[in-house]
Design a protein around this ligand. Structure first.
Ligand SMILES: Cc1cc2nc3c(=O)[nH]c(=O)nc-3n(C[C@H](O)[C@H](O)[C@H](O)COP(=O)(O)O)c2cc1C
Length: 178
């Protein structure tokens, strides 16, 4: 799949077959994740890879929006000991989000499906995931990604809403908010 196709074909997939994702594929997805940009190249992420039903089952119940059955979860967490100091510290969220998107695009390019399930800023789902994975205080669960072979098909994205595009030019009229 070329770049254009991968980007547009990436959709949130929430139904999967039960075929496992091979370990080599998991590592490839994590290599893509680690290639994401991060502020000052801190790479403040930690990836928790879950394939055992013992953990998948409680994880899917972390919230009603994570409740899908898949053979693989990757929980992407921020490591606050690796993040930038003081007022720059919350850059870790953007860094980890870039890593998540790389995983989603990588999954699409490999013929897999995935859905990004946000945990932060929901307090209870985060706490549940923290408990299930025994995360220490400095590791903050940002999102849980379900990954697997899709058992649903979704149409690709298309088009660009030009109302959301703003070419900044001298003398152009100020637009009203919509
Ligand atoms: C920050 C974030 C949090 C999300 N959380 C959830 C979630 O908890 N459960 C879910 O099913 N989808 C979740 N999604 C997926 C969105 O619902 C989905 O991206 C959106 O509907 C657009 O559809 P598409 O991904 O197929 O383009 C989340 C997406 C983002 C970016």
């Amino acid at each position: 799949m070329d770049f254009h196709e991968t980007i547009l074909n990436r959709r949130s997939i929430r139904r999967f077959t039960d075929s496992p994702v091979p370990e080599a594929t998991i590592l490839k997805l994590l290599e893509y994740a680690s290639a994401a940009p991060s502020a000052c190249n801190r790479k403040p992420w930690e990836f928790y890879v879950v394939t055992e039903e013992k953990f998948l089952s409680p994880l899917r119940k972390a919230s009603r929006f994570t409740n899908y059955i898949s053979p693989l979860n990757i929980v992407v967490c921020g490591n606050t000991r690796r993040s930038l100091p003081l007022q720059l510290s919350s850059y870790w969220i953007q860094d980890c989000s870039a890593a998540i998107e790389n995983i989603l695009l990588g999954a699409t390019s490999l013929g897999l499906g995935a859905v990004w399930c946000g945990l932060l800023p929901q307090v209870r789902p985060q706490d549940r995931v923290r408990k299930i994975l025994s995360l220490p205080e400095h590791i903050i669960p940002l999102a849980l990604i379900h990954i697997g072979t899709p058992s649903e098909a979704r149409p690709p994205h298309e088009g660009l809403d030009m109302k959301r595009v703003h070419f900044v030019k001298e003398g152009a009229p100020v637009e009203e908010d919509e």
